[in-house]
Design a protein around this ligand. Sequence first.
Ligand SMILES: [Zn+2]
Ligand SMILES: [Zn+2]
Length: 234
Amino acid sequence: MIFILKFDPHIHSVYSCDSRSTPEDILKRAEEIELNAIAITDHNTIKGSQEAIKIAKKENKDIIIVPSIEISTDKGHMIGLGVSEYIPSGLSAIETADMIRDAGGLIIIPHPFSRYRHGLFCNTNPNMIVDGVECQNARYIFGHSNKKAQKLAYERRLARIGASDSHFLKSIGDSYTEVNTKGQDDVDGILKAIRHRRCKEAGKGTSNFLIAKEVFVKKVLKRYPKREDYVKGI
Ligand SMILES: [Zn+2]
Ligand SMILES: [Zn+2]
């Protein structure tokens, strides 16, 4: 029997400063909903990802944590999947992609055609060399940009990624990637499977109601502490 891993490769923690989820709570929630693997992809920092890896190791958790980071390039966002080192923001897409490769990671383009969320392919050539694109980002309102990404993945035979892009605990796993690791259930097995396109998007997405509620809490009630509040003491 082929075992397909459920992997949510795009989750934000408190280190992103636009999420209130701690790495510890993210792990608990991921276990609760029976994900097999996750990646914490904070904006321009690997702190959340590294902290989750430490906790999982210490507590001997049965979940795979893929080290990662979401980097703000000068033209939009890019995820370095499998990356354990810091990669600076503000560089060109090509420079950033080279650094991800040098760090042994995969280049994944999150929300590639979503203009208001800094989708890279709104501003740069979608023919650049990447490993995969998010075909299903859970945070969409109409789904138009996901459809465009699905078409691109099909035409260019890119890895099809599904992800929650979670900024609050309840939305973790709303979309995810089904990965066929062929039995190699570890970080390398997941990266290898994605490199060989043995993956596809799945899940129902996050409800527009919950997204609206989150935006209200963030923008109107301003209940989000600054990143410095968390970085202290690490
Ligand atoms: Zn993003
Ligand atoms: Zn993100």
